[in-house]
Design a protein around this ligand. Structure first.
Ligand SMILES: [Zn+2]
Length: 302
């Protein structure tokens, strides 16, 4: 190779045992190849870097949304818990009046609104601008705070209402308006001729006659303040019901309670008899209001 050909590059290929082969290529080809490869590499790097940045920003957005959704869900669960405890706490009283039913309906409506809002958490809006979604979620969170306040108010209202209701039930249970025994009215309240002296005398109660051993029941709930023999009244029970009400049950054959016992309205307290000054088996029943005797037939069914 004496002559130098500058327009070409010669490559010698020397395989194991065969003849040497010469390959001639233009001198610019390797440079161009290297240049092309370098350019491709740079483009690829830029492309990967861009797509990586894009993906990580998407991921960040998704995470932010997820954490907002999680906190909203947690808030919803708290509200549900409050509602449930409110319901079970007062369940037995809900059935008692229509007014309570109305309040329950109101609370159910609020709960449905909360559940509806929990529904927006599913990211089905797709393609929207993230900031809008975030603002939407913030608005709903504010709305939920308002609803939580309303719920708290309703709960307090309901608690006060239930307290009132319980006080009313307590009063109604304490009014002696239950007929204390089964029997025929043989003597009414007021002036009458005394069966022993035959003189006009004031009868302080009502006489209900039936056979000895007939059940005598408390006309209202209350406390036993007397249980024993009381002169002409014979075996007597006196109950104090509060609110100024007292009742007296006389001529019993047997007393089933003792002083200090709490009795419910309708609870058996004694057995009818003819003890004391009596002409036959009957219950002499008195009602006192603020220590004044009152006609029992104005309170108990005739
Ligand atoms: Zn009597």
């Amino acid at each position: 190779m004496k002559e130098k050909d500058i327009s070409k590059i010669s490559i010698l290929i020397i395989p194991g045992t065969q003849k040497v082969r010469r390959l001639s290529i233009p001198h610019w080809l390797p440079k161009a190849t290297v240049g092309f490869l370098a350019l491709s590499l740079i483009s690829l790097t830029v492309y990967f870097k861009m797509s990586l940045n894009y993906q990580s920003s998407l991921l960040q957005d998704a995470n932010e949304k997820l954490s907002i959704i999680n906190s909203l869900e947690e808030e919803n669960r708290d509200k549900d818990k409050k509602l449930n405890s409110l319901k079970s706490e007062n369940n037995h009283l809900y059935e008692k009046t229509e007014e309570v039913e109305d309040k329950l309906t109101e609370i159910d409506k609020l709960q449905r609104r909360l559940e509806k809002m929990a529904g927006i958490d599913s990211p089905s809006r797709g393609g929207g601008i993230n900031r809008d979604v975030e603002m939407d979620l913030t608005n709903h969170a504010e709305e939920m705070n308002v609803i939580a306040e309303v719920l708290e108010d309703k709960k307090l209202e309901l608690e006060i209402f239930i307290e009132d209701l319980e006080a009313q039930f307590d009063y109604l249970d304490s009014v002696p308006d239950l007929r204390p025994t089964v029997g025929r009215v043989t003597s009414r309240f007021g002036n009458r001729r005394d069966p022993f002296t035959k003189r006009i005398q004031f009868h302080q109660g009502v006489d209900l006659a039936n056979s000895t051993g007939t059940s005598v029941k408390a006309a209202a709930k209350g406390t036993v303040v007397f249980a024993g023999v009381n002169g002409a009244y014979g075996r007597t029970v006196i109950l104090d019901h509060g609110y100024g009400y007292k009742t007296l049950y006389a001529h019993n054959s047997k007393i089933l309670v003792k002083v200090g016992d709490k009795v419910e309205k309708g609870q058996e307290i004694s057995k009818m008899g003819s003890s004391g000054r009596s002409t036959g088996s009957h219950l002499h029943f008195e009602i006192h209001i603020d220590n004044v005797v009152t006609n029992p037939l104005e309170l108990i069914p005739n």
